[in-house]
Design a protein around this ligand. Structure first.
Ligand code: BGC
Length: 746
């Protein structure tokens, strides 16, 4: 017991120390030194046209495939000086081998940048980004990226294709798993935290890596939630909801930006001069480089804006693209395009310069092997403290969706726990999507996590019952038999890891296969049952909700999934996660998000039968679980909302009491509504939150400070300012359960 206590205390202290340490530091501006500038000026004078174009080309190694392979000749190209960066290559040995080709065999010895999709951890895999967003713990999110950067840079990587900051309101889109959810304000805070985590205080440190804000822009607004599909939204929506997280990355000093696959209002991002030059460079002052997404220059032909790849290369360079990912179009055509005067040497030089500057910022000219350190690779990859941190983040990312009659935590006196379900003991599914260097063999499943925790005290028995995604019911009987032997049943249900992520949209977001049926069978045994959900997107689980008394959303937790979930199930960690994406009641409600407009005919629950109002005939407007929702093993009550408007400042005070029987953390959320605007405003907008530990019986008084800028919004002329008038201030435990007060700001 003492040992468990000590281990837990150490993990907690490590977590707290790490997150506190981060809070007190601000990154230095890793601009270009005069020495680096003159080096780059000289290089630009020395480089041939082919060498310049080479710097603009990024190729994948054959280690990993994250899209179609168009050019496997990368080793020779490196020697010829025709490659600026490589992705999907890691480990000290392999990176060293490729870097050697560049700095020993190419004429100008310009080092390569090594990129990789370090999306939620490198080797130690953390919960998927949507999950860690649900922790609402910005310091922990930042720290997770710090660890990811340390591990990745210990294996030769110095550039990550992250963070993905696409706001998404449609859970059919599989890539919601990679983002922070539906809210723009929270998305901005999380975007900043991730950039800071990756890039650290100084990019020249050998354990920091260049980040990449993606996918620019509005990739998350794909029509019908189908990946790569058209985006067509108003300028106002674009500015108000979709663009701010990319801007937040730029303000946080992100080193690169990736174009998105989609078009916006008829112009694909990869050939969109307004987006890539006017907005990001001129308006926002971005100084890094723009890389395309995988072959997205070539895809301009399919989009129907370019006749062929050559035409596509011209459009992209002229729009402001600096680096062609995997398309080989710059390499193949820029030289001819220059001769034909369809592109200028200035445009090529500008692109080369920002790429060389990135190399300088990373310190690659001083030491091209600075990220190739065997000792670090051995010591830092999956270090004990990284795993301990991952475990804590798993438990902080869990969201308790339902807990009737305090089914959870599992009572301490149970003797046998049956884990039943396709996700109960499946190592491969724990990683979720985009976990390229993560090793599924090292993942801890739920069964293993419970066994680790309860060894010698509780027997853990397991039956799969069914697969996640087919109609086979032949395992039901054995599952029921197993349940009958147990004192408590955990149903481990959800999606397979591959069912979300890129190219993984679903037209139905119900629990797939026969898992609801399995649940119904198990419920008949009369045993206490809790569902543990694994999934990469909000699911429409109305049926499951009607069957099961308790549901814990755990997403895909990564390497330490099973250990972190076991901590929550057994009550060692009191769940504190809150949804950052709405769970609909059914598919037809999509898109459903909390910050919608009121409409001219709003539906009011006070008159549930009103006909000519904005509603459905067959389902209410309410979601199954709203944005910001998540239960705790304890109870919180809110009172004493006070507001004070003083000049430019708005102060909001709230008392939150823990009225339950356990200590617990609460995410106290602050929303505002602008009651009358010159254009319509959402019914609520998140403007702040505080995550606080409140001991049982304790009441905490929290103060939020807003300024008038927090009331500002974009107007039709795309200017952002606030308008005097009445505002409703809401404070509460989620976006639907709040207390409110109206203030006047004149
Ligand atoms: C994805 C990007 C990713 C890139 C490189 C693309 O298919 O859209 O998010 O960074 O591949 O793997």
């Amino acid at each position: 017991m003492l040992k468990i206590f000590q281990t837990r205390t150490i993990i907690f202290l490590l977590f707290t120390m790490a997150t506190l340490a981060l809070k007190s530091q601000t990154p230095t501006n890793s601009g270009i030194s005069p020495a680096d500038k003159s080096k780059i000026d000289n290089l630009l004078k020395t480089m041939t046209l082919d060498e310049k174009i080479g710097q603009l080309s990024l190729f994948t190694s054959d280690w990993d495939v994250t899209g179609p392979t168009l050019n496997s000749n990368y080793k020779n190209l490196i020697k010829e000086g025709k490659v600026g960066a490589i992705f999907n290559a890691y480990t000290v040995d392999y990176v060293r081998e490729l870097q050697k080709l560049a700095v020993e065999e190419s004429r100008l010895k310009i080092p390569l940048i090594f990129g990789y999709d370090v999306i939620h951890g490198h080797r130690t895999i953390f919960p998927i980004p949507l999950a860690s967003a649900c922790s609402w713990n910005l310091a922990a999110i930042e720290q997770s990226e710090r660890i990811a950067a340390c591990e990745a840079s210990a294996e030769g990587i110095n550039w990550t294709f992250a963070p993905m900051v696409d706001i998404a309101r449609d859970p059919r889109w599989g890539r919601v798993a990679e983002g922070a959810g539906e809210d723009t304000w929270l998305g901005c805070r999380i975007a900043e935290a991730r950039v800071k985590g990756f890039q650290g205080l100084n990019l020249k440190d050998n354990n920091t890596i260049l980040a990449c804000a993606k996918h620019f822009a509005a990739y998350g607004a794909a029509q019908s939630g189908r990946d790569y599909h058209t985006v067509d939204i108003s300028q106002l929506s674009l500015y108000e909801w979709y663009l701010p997280p990319y801007k937040a990355c730029i303000d946080a000093g992100v080193g690169s930006v990736m174009t998105s696959f989609n078009e916006i209002a008829g112009i694909p991002s990869t050939s969109n001069k307004w987006l890539l030059t006017d907005l990001v460079r001129k308006d926002w002052g971005f100084k890094g480089f723009v890389v395309t997404d995988y072959t997205s220059i070539n895809e301009l032909v399919n989009h129907g804006v370019a006749r062929d790849n050559k035409d596509a290369a011209m459009l992209s360079l002229n729009a402001g693209v600096d680096m062609d990912m995997q398309g080989s179009t710059f390499l193949d055509y820029l030289s001819d395009l220059l001769k034909e005067k369809k592109v200028t040497i200035e445009a090529i030089d500008n692109a080369v310069r920002v790429i060389l500057e990135a190399k300088a910022k990373l310190g690659l000219f001083e030491d091209p092997y600075r990220y190739c350190n065997k000792e670090r690779q051995e010591k830092e990859i999956m270090a004990t403290e990284n795993l301990a941190f991952a475990r804590k983040l798993v438990s902080e990312s869990c969201v308790l969706l339902k807990n009737d009659k305090q089914t959870l935590p599992i009572p301490a006196d149970v003797k046998t726990i049956a884990v039943i379900g396709p996700l109960g003991d499946s190592k491969k599914d724990m990683l979720g999507n985009w976990s390229a260097a993560g090793q599924w063999e090292k993942c801890v499943t739920l069964v293993e996590g419970l066994k680790n925790k309860l060894k010698g005290k509780v027997e853990i028995i397991f039956e799969q019952g069914c697969n996640a995604n087919d109609e086979n019911r032949s395992g039901f009987a054995a599952a029921v038999k197993l349940a009958e032997k147990a004192d408590f049943v955990i149903l481990a249900l959800g999606e397979n890891g591959w069912m979300s992520g890129e190219a993984s949209s679903r037209s139905s977001i119900d629990l797939p296969g026969v898992q609801n049926e399995l649940t119904a069978e198990i419920m008949k045994t009369g045993k206490p049952v809790a569902v543990v959900l694994f999934n990469g997107r909000p699911l429409a689980i109305t049926k499951l909700h009607s069957l099961a008394p308790a549901i814990l959303e755990t997403w895909f937790g990564g390497t330490e999934a099973g250990n972190g979930i076991a901590d929550v199930l057994m009550g060692d960690v009191n769940p504190s996660g809150k949804l950052t994406m709405t769970f609909p009641q059914n598919l037809g409600q999509i898109p459903i998000f909390y910050n919608a407009k009121n409409t001219g005919r709003p539906y009011r629950t006070t008159d549930p039968n009103a006909k000519y109002v904005s509603r459905y005939l067959d389902v209410s407007n309410d979601p199954l679980f709203p944005f910001g929702y998540g239960l705790s093993y304890t109870k919180f009550s809110y009172s004493g909302l006070e507001t004070k408007v003083d000049g430019n400042k708005i102060q909001i005070t709230i008392k939150v009491a823990n009225t339950g029987i356990r200590d617990g953390e609460e995410v106290v959320q602050l929303y505002i509504q602008d009651k009358v605007g010159s254009i319509t405003r959402p019914v609520k907008e998140l403007k702040g939150f505080q995550k606080v530990l409140i001991k049982k019986g304790e009441t905490k008084t929290l103060v939020f400070n807003l300024t008038l800028d927090d009331l500002a919004f974009y107007h039709p002329d795309l200017k952002k300012f606030w308008e005097p008038g009445e505002f409703v201030v809401y404070v509460g435990t989620n976006s639907a359960e709040t207390i409110s007060k109206t203030i006047k700001v004149l």
